[in-house]
Design a protein. Structure first.
Length: 444
């Protein structure tokens, strides 16, 4: 077994070896290299203590020194070197009370979560695989190191990590491990929202976001996102639809590009259907106003997961307008561009198309050609440099003040009114025409 490791990582290993310490690349990078995937980071594990590591390298950063991690900087690259450790007693299902350093590689591998993540590699020694990680890689399955119940009892986040890795790698979860995930789902209550967000985000951005369904099947959504369970039970008796709300959501996730903003918007776009369903006299379901309700939910949900403001605001905005109505005209296209921001319009188009791809063939025939038309309109509007926001208006607040208006609410309303006119008819967007309009309409 030969793994091509970066030259700088190789030099770190040999520097440590020459000083009398053991050192291996370990974990995710070994797994990914064996799968022929490009590893993100090359992590190194060593018998040397953090102080011993620091003494051997010129540029180091104490990244997580109390956990044994020192970052070594080589050129523009950085490598995390962590001392072999045991994780001690887990008292709260979250983190070990203390970490203990050890001189035994086997102990260090034993504390890792899954067999495929518990392999180490050294260019001369080859692969160190004490828990049949290679066998599980070949079988394409996620299996806990040791007794799954014990491992999830120590750290409940691991149950989310299992599903996340299964989505990134398109692996199944081995039976006993899966059964333990079911048992430990309620213990996610102990885990910080930040750690949960990181795992959900990786799952959603993965090549197999449909594995989100595993969260439902194992009772994890029941804890983290109970609304999703209700979406799975909500039918949509409507000619535009062919799935319940939950499966429709999964189908949108599959149809939309693997990008964070888009995937989170897809996940949350229809939650508001839970509170807006009505059934008409013909037995057809309607969900009037659901986008607005979804947006209210999305903001709260993302905030609770401690998302940054930019992501929270943008996803909420896109959820709010995900079902914007188009007729293929430039006028309506400009209006929607104004509502979501011209720079976000490509997101909206992706969402609209993926949403449609997850509907009935009737809906697809009706809507997809329209979105092609809208895309053309959007390109024409950009090419013509037409105004779709206040910043593109030929008249500014200053101009209105210079023409005699007083600063204040009325001035803001007037600008908004002018923008309205220009969105309908871009030829009006000149200073003379707009000032003339203001005079004529009697604003001053
Ligand atoms: P990624 O590609 O997401 O970085 P990774 O496998 O490198 O995947 P990390 O979260 O970076 O995952 O963790 C690095 C390694 O540390 C893992 O491969 C695993 O061996 C170990 N590890 C990380 N988190 C845990 C945990 N909660 N419990 C046990 N071992 C863990
Ligand atoms: Mg990693």
């Amino acid at each position: 077994m030969n793994i091509p490791i970066p030259p700088a990582a190789g030099r770190i290993l040999s520097t440590l070896n020459k000083a009398g310490f053991e050192a291996y690349v370990v974990g995710g990078c070994v797994r990914d290299a064996l799968l022929g995937r490009e590893p993100g980071d090359w992590d190194i594990t060593t018998s040397a203590s953090p102080q011993e590591v620091k003494a051997l390298f010129r540029r180091t950063v104490d990244t997580g020194i109390q956990h044994g991690t020192v970052t070594i900087l080589i050129g523009k690259e950085s490598y995390e070197v962590t001392t072999y450790r045991l994780d001690g007693v887990y008292e709260d299902g979250r983190h070990p009370k203390e970490v203990t350093f050890t001189r035994s590689l086997a102990e260090d591998l034993k504390r890792r979560d899954f067999t495929i993540n518990a392999m180490a590699y050294h260019p001369e020694e080859g692969l160190v695989d004490l828990f049949q990680g290679m066998e599980d890689l070949t079988a394409r399955q996620i299996r806990a190191v040791g007794v799954p119940h014990d491992r999830f009892h120590e750290d409940a986040l691991r149950i989310l990590r299992a599903v996340r890795f299964s989505a990134q790698l398109n692996f199944t979860i081995e039976g006993e491990t899966l059964a333990a995930i079911r048992d430990f789902a309620p213990r996610l209550e102990l885990i910080s929202q930040e750690r949960i967000r990181v795992e959900l985000d990786k799952l959603l951005r993965s090549d197999h976001p449909e594995k989100f369904l595993t969260l439902y099947e194992t009772g994890i959504t029941g804890i983290l996102f109970p609304e999703f369970d209700r979406m799975m039970e909500m039918p949509q008796n409507n000619p535009y639809h062919c799935y319940n709300v939950g499966i429709h959501t999964i189908e949108v996730l599959k149809a939309i590009p693997a990008e964070g903003i888009l995937r989170w918007t897809a996940l949350l776009h229809d939650v508001g259907k839970l509170s807006t369903r009505t059934t008409d006299e013909n037995g057809i379901d309607h969900f009037y106003g659901h986008a607005k309700e979804s947006a209210v939910f999305a903001r709260e949900f993302l905030r609770n997961l401690r998302f940054d403001n930019h992501t929270t605001d943008l996803v909420t905005l896109l959820v709010r307008h995900h079902d914007a109505w188009f007729d293929g005209s430039a006028r309506i296209t400009r209006r929607v561009m104004n509502r979501v921001g011209a720079e976000n319009f490509p997101y909206l188009l992706s969402i609209a198309r993926a949403d449609t791809a997850a509907k009935s063939s009737y809906a697809q025939e009706k809507l997809l050609p329209k979105y092609d038309q809208v895309e053309m309109r959007w390109k024409e509007i950009l090419a013509a440099g037409e105004c779709t926001s206040l910043s593109g208006l030929a008249v500014t607040g200053k101009d209105l003040i210079a023409a005699g208006m007083k600063p204040g609410k009325e001035l803001g309303d007037t600008l908004q009114h002018l923008l309205d006119l220009v969105l309908d008819d871009p030829t009006l967007n000149t200073k003379e025409t707009l000032l003339e309009r203001v005079r004529r309409d009697g604003s001053f």
